[in-house]
Design a protein around this ligand. Structure first.
Ligand code: FCB
Length: 435
């Protein structure tokens, strides 16, 4: 049970659950093209047990049961992503009719159940054919992504309650092109710098394309972390400043102010695409809402040898999830207040938070505490309109494969049987009959 009650978040607050296509769909059939995660997962050393998304939660076939679960939990909305390679197998050009049909069924299925569809265009499944051309390192992706966005806007736009362009551009750019942890697994500063800019440029061109097709209520989903210095020493404060710039301010500043942090444009100057400044108007197109994904805080210490630009992340001493991520609800409260004071007054949604854990009682407390953090942020003036639990189902947790369980519903991968956990029941108890 939660201690917080629905009305503590205000009368029109939207509660939902979130998933992403590659993590649950499976269904690599009916004309779907391959994506960078298919090959990244097949390459030894990248993903635990070399797990991949070939079957995942078989949501491609079991989606009616999954939508029933969301409805029966009392949720108002479902945040899902569309798979670019299912809709346009080569990334550009020919459209896959069976892919269109699948998302028609899925979106209509949400509407029939009274669920508001919150769509994400890109949750990391870049078509392989576009990776062959350089993927996010190639400026042309701004046009490729706009073509895909126009298709989605044209075909589904009038049925979507909200649409986000990109999920977590920091992960798309930095985690995947500098840290090498996600596909395509690059560890290269020039690759990262180019992806950091192109991902936001493509966001802007996609916003234009969606608007051009009449789609409404458009936004982006940023993952943000509360950054803290290891101590008050000047080198730790500098490290925290760079960490905050790399994780948070690059994206918030680019999208809402049309400016990147000067520390980074200076440090990355040799590698950023030439003339990037001319794109900043496109990067900062007006938005209707902002999604924030929040999981943990980041502590930074000065390190001139091993750190990037003089700093690196170190472990903290708070309680952690089973992935070792520190649990810090106050960080969510502080970020929501910061974003609404310093960056934007558009409505904010917590589009993901959650915990990898087998002891579900801890997950119940996690959600209770994070919902309270949202209420606290609202009390300080942050216009937070919704909260989506990550995730509806245990699913393919990227480089962790199927070893990590974020679901409020348990999935037995051998049988595909779904079993609601206590955390699902806690949401249901709070939300029931209030929809
Ligand atoms: C976020 C991703 C999501 C999931 C959670 C745990 O970074 O958006 O797909 O993997 O983390």
């Amino acid at each position: 049970m939660f201690s917080i009650e629905r009305q503590d978040l205000g009368p029109n607050f939207t509660f939902g659950t979130a998933t992403a296509a590659y993590q649950i769909e499976g269904g690599q059939t009916d004309g779907r093209g391959t994506c960078i995660w298919d090959t990244f997962a097949a390459t030894p050393g990248n993903v635990k047990h070399r797990h991949d998304g070939a079957v995942a939660c078989d949501h491609y076939n079991r989606w009616p049961e999954d939508l029933d679960l969301i409805r029966d939990g009392g949720f108002d909305a479902y945040r899902f992503s569309l798979a670019w390679p299912r809709l346009i197998p080569e990334g550009i050009g020919a459209v896959n009719q069976k892919g269109l049909d699948f998302y028609d069924r899925l979106i209509d299925g949400m509407l029939e159940r009274g669920l508001k569809p919150f769509a994400t265009l890109y949750h990391w499944d870049l078509p392989s054919a576009l990776m062959d051309r350089g993927g996010w390192m190639n400026r042309d992706i701004a046009g490729w992504f706009a073509e895909y966005a126009a298709l989605v806007g044209n075909r589904f736009g009038d049925r979507l309650a909200a649409t986000a362009t990109i999920n977590e551009p920091w992960c798309v750019a930095f985690l995947s092109h500098f840290l090498g942890i996600h596909a395509p697994g690059y560890r290269d500063l020039r690759a990262a710098a180019r992806a950091m800019h192109h991902v936001l440029l493509a966001h802007g061109t996609a916003i234009d394309a969606l608007r051009g097709e009449g789609a409404k209520n458009l936004g982006i989903v940023l993952n943000l972390e509360k950054t803290e210095p290891a101590s008050g020493k000047p080198e730790d404060l500098d490290a925290e400043n760079i960490g905050d710039a790399l994780f948070n301010r690059w994206y918030l500043g680019g999208v809402f102010k049309g400016v990147y942090p000067v520390e980074l444009t200076t440090a990355l100057a040799p590698w950023l695409p030439e003339g990037f400044e001319k794109d900043m108007e496109t990067v900062s197109r007006p938005l209707d809402w902002l999604g924030i994904n929040y999981y943990t805080r980041g502590i930074y210490a000065g390190d001139r040898d091993a750190g990037l630009f003089g700093g690196r992340r170190i472990a903290g001493d708070l309680e952690t999830s089973d992935l070792g991520w520190e649990i810090h609800p106050k960080g969510l409260e502080d970020l929501l207040v910061r974003v609404s004071r310093e960056y934007t007054r558009v409505p904010l949604y917590v589009t993901e938070t959650g915990m990898s854990e087998t002891d579900d009682a801890r997950r119940v407390k996690f959600y209770d505490d994070h919902l309270r953090a949202v209420a606290n942020a609202q009390a300080q003036g942050a216009d937070v309109r919704g909260f989506f639990a990550w995730s509806l189902l245990d699913n393919y947790e990227w480089a962790e494969g199927y070893t990590s369980r974020f679901g409020i519903v348990h999935v037995d991968y051998a049988t595909q049987v779904r079993t609601p956990k206590g955390s699902y029941r806690a949401f249901q108890g709070m939300l029931h009959n209030t929809r």
